[in-house]
Design a protein around this ligand. Structure first.
Ligand code: HEM
Length: 350
């Protein structure tokens, strides 16, 4: 007899049956972009909608997505609204670069994202997570409820600061987390004027505080780079083997310019912090509602840890843990839209 409890049905927005009005789009976009999807988005290979006066085609089928992003990428450019929001912040970082700049940077960056480097980072990530889990456990024992969304933001921030800079930040680590927070919360958001396609010269009030945060932040990143660069010259043997060192080593005609390195550091912070925190928080939420599956995961974790394997191999050795993470990503994608526009690409630069 199967004694498992009823499977947990994760909450999901009810697909729309009528297209959203312009006002709905503005309201929903800020709260939860997934609520914009109508029933056809879940069943048709692609849909065509009028999005603020512009005919927009959204590819849903994996084959069509491959057609746009991989097989015919040269025919498509990034959606203007996406670039309008993100490019002023991330400039020529990988997420917002296009054409030859993207191609050269992507190739150079492949030297950083190698399995050997991932191996080095996995150990660091594990140590930080272990320390975090102990503190979290102690906090939970006080009986106060814990907020996993906040907790995972703190954890991923700690991992980011350590894997990126080894904690060697020009202004010290004090207050850096708040600066990252302020940057992410004030910038990178779509302003209602963007949706209405107002000309770029009309100031977006929602971004004014973010602009100040951005220039202060860029200055810290730039000073941090200079300090590390100096250390790489004076004590090349002693520099930490983190993302910052790896990126600075890429500087050169075949690699990245100094500004591109700065842009990519900002990109890693912007693209790698909130996404990972959200993915982990949703995974833990789903697992907390599925005690049977949680038991399977715990047994799996105990077993693999007892074997003393290298943390970098854990994901392969823990199919249930991996499945939970992937299912949470599918149900609650932290970056739910990928947005190249269906326009002829701008002539590639360089
Ligand atoms: C669960 C966590 C993550 C999710 C869900 C996620 C999601 C995505 C998505 C959907 C894109 C494509 C975006 C677009 O083109 O519009 C993307 C690109 C990118 N992500 Fe992530 N990401 C995650 C973690 C990270 C981390 C940890 C980093 C860096 C340390 C990172 C760095 C980047 C970069 C650099 C790109 C641009 C790649 C390129 O265009 O060549 N992401 N990510």
């Amino acid at each position: 007899m199967d004694i498992r409890p009823e499977p947990f049905e994760p909450p999901a927005p009810i697909p729309r049956t009528v297209p959203p009005s312009r006002l709905d789009i503005i309201k929903v976009m800020f709260r939860n972009p997934l609520e914009l999807w109508g029933a056809p988005s879940y069943s048709l290979p692609y849909i065509q909608v009028k999005f603020f006066g512009r005919l927009t085609t959204i590819a849903n089928h994996p084959g069509l997505i491959r057609h746009v992003l991989v097989d015919n990428a040269a025919n498509y450019a990034m959606q203007p609204i996406r670039q309008l929001v993100l490019r002023p912040i991330l400039r020529d970082g990988l997420l917002t670069a296009e054409g030859q700049v993207w191609k050269r940077s992507r190739k150079a960056m492949a030297q950083v994202f190698t399995p050997r480097h991932a191996r080095g980072f996995a150990g660091k990530m594990f140590r930080i997570s272990e320390g975090f889990a102990e503190r979290y456990d102690a906090a939970a024992r006080t009986g106060e409820p814990v907020n996993i969304a906040v907790g995972m933001t703190e954890l991923t921030y700690e991992i980011l600061a350590d894997t990126l800079f080894s904690g060697e930040i020009a202004t010290g680590t004090e207050g850096f987390a708040d600066r990252v927070d302020s940057l992410l919360h004030n910038m990178g958001r779509i302003d209602p004027l963007d949706l209405l396609q107002a000309p770029a010269w009309i100031p977006r009030i929602t971004r004014i505080p973010g602009k100040r945060a951005l220039s202060a932040f860029r200055k810290i990143v730039s000073d941090t780079m200079d300090a590390r660069r100096a250390r790489m010259t004076t004590e090349p043997e002693g520099v930490p083997d983190d993302f910052l060192t790896l990126l600075l080593r890429l500087e050169g005609p075949e690699g990245l310019t100094r500004d591109e390195i700065e842009d990519n550091i900002l990109t890693f912070i912007g693209a790698g912090h909130e996404t990972t925190a959200r993915a982990l928080a949703w995974t833990l939420y789903c697992v907390s509602e599925s005690p049977h599956f949680r038991l399977l995961m715990e047994e799996e974790i105990d077993h693999v840890m007892a074997e003393g394997r290298d943390p970098v191999d854990w994901l392969e050795a823990m199919p249930h843990v991996r499945a939970a993470f992937e299912e949470a990503l599918r149900l609650y994608p932290p970056a739910p839209l990928d947005q190249p526009g269906a326009h002829p690409r701008r002539p590639v630069d360089g």
